[in-house]
Write a new protein. Structure first.
Length: 366
């Protein structure tokens, strides 16, 4: 059986000496990515040090939630924090709050841990559950986790040479306190070759921001069409100098005309004034054009549970970067609406779960 030496750390270790850890034979580090909805203040620094020294790393997120709403926010924060880091060890769900014991049933606690794992998997991150024997025996529904999820077992003994008497099929074991360069850290042993396992896992799991496989047949998007010279109404509409510039040069209100009908790039189209003028005034987002268009309809009210398609030219809520083309091809289910902000969850084929916020003006109700 493999016995790979590792440690787990958080901001508690502050400016941890990774060079000393590597010299002490540490082959992997499980880094706390965050707690609740907050990123660990040393997370980025710790990842950078691991990469610099060639040390494999995984992550854990300390989950404090006691209801689904709170859990949703914490999972979203975890996914956003880790992003595209691609850890070579899993991202573990760490639940150990007394209020979770006091206010939740074993089923509810288990549901939350499994939802954490499932959501991370769909976001393109391998996952697992961190737990001690008390949680596995008394606070989780053990039969739903053991041998079904990767377990990082916390059971302290005198040393890594004095094995735990518990066997839950754990892939990793937190054995107790180790000391490196004068700082106490949790010592861990891994029994599997996680870098090899996760390398294969990443090849077979796709996240929502990647391009889907060719086997997924795209739906035909609904796109507005225009004729050259067609009048359009603008109302404080952002005017861009090109199809790619991120900041608008001006804002226009009034009647303008389509310059070239088939010239839509990055969701923008060229406009001119007056009608028939060859000079280009600039570029506007197709989605921002008001007035009469070939397919314009009154905006439908968007509610939780609605099926929607994303309009061409849309961006995520509060962001300016263009979306991946394949996102426009899917029909998405709305999971939350607050004011003009909606959150998109799964697609109707139940393949992707993006959990991403977007302005409702960018949605077409299907």
């Amino acid at each position: 059986m493999l016995k790979i030496k590792g440690i787990d750390i958080s901001r508690a270790q502050e400016q941890f000496d990774f060079t000393a850890a590597a010299s002490a034979g540490v082959k992997f580090v499980i880094i706390r990515a965050g707690i609740c909805t907050d990123e660990d203040t040393y997370f980025r620094r710790n990842i950078e040090q691991c990469r610099k020294l060639g040390i494999d790393f995984g992550c854990y997120w300390y989950v404090t939630a006691t209801d689904r709403e709170e859990l949703d926010r914490q999972i979203n924060a975890c996914i956003k924090t880790i992003g595209d880091e691609k850890p070579s060890y899993p991202v573990f769900c760490d639940m150990e709050e007394q209020r979770q014991i006091d206010n939740l049933t074993s089923k509810e606690r288990t549901d939350m841990a499994l939802e954490f794992c499932d959501r991370l998997n769909k976001a393109g991150l391998p996952s697992g559950v961190y737990a001690n024997p008390a949680w596995l025996e008394s606070y989780y529904q053990k039969e739903r986790i053991v041998e079904k999820r990767d377990i990082w077992l916390a059971h302290w003994t005198e040393s890594p040479d004095y094995p735990s008497g518990y066997d839950y099929g754990q892939k990793m074991w937190q054995w107790g306190i180790d000391s490196i360069a004068g700082k106490d850290v949790d010592g861990d042993i891994c029994f599997v070759d996680y870098p090899a396992i996760t390398a294969k896992w990443y090849k077979t799991h796709i996240k929502a921001t990647d391009k889907p496989s060719e086997q997924v047949k795209p739906a035909t998007p609904t796109v507005k069409t225009y004729k050259a010279g067609e009048a359009v109404q603008l109302s404080n509409t952002a005017l861009y100098g090109s199809s790619t510039t991120s900041q608008p040069a001006n804002h226009l209100t009034g009647t303008y005309y389509i310059h070239t009908a088939d010239d839509v790039l990055n969701g923008r189209i060229r406009i001119t004034t007056p009608k028939g003028c060859s000079a280009v005034t600039g570029w506007v987002k197709v989605i921002d054009i008001g007035g009469k268009t070939a397919e314009s309809k009154p905006a439908a009210e968007i509610r939780k549970g609605d099926r929607v398609q994303i309009k061409q030219g849309a961006t995520w809520y509060g962001e300016t970067n263009p979306l991946k083309d394949w996102l426009f091809e899917k029909i998405w289910i709305v999971t939350e609406v607050v004011g003009n902000r909606a959150v998109l969850g799964k697609d109707t084929n139940d393949i992707f779960d993006i959990q991403s916020p977007i302005d409702i003006k960018y949605l077409i109700k299907k």
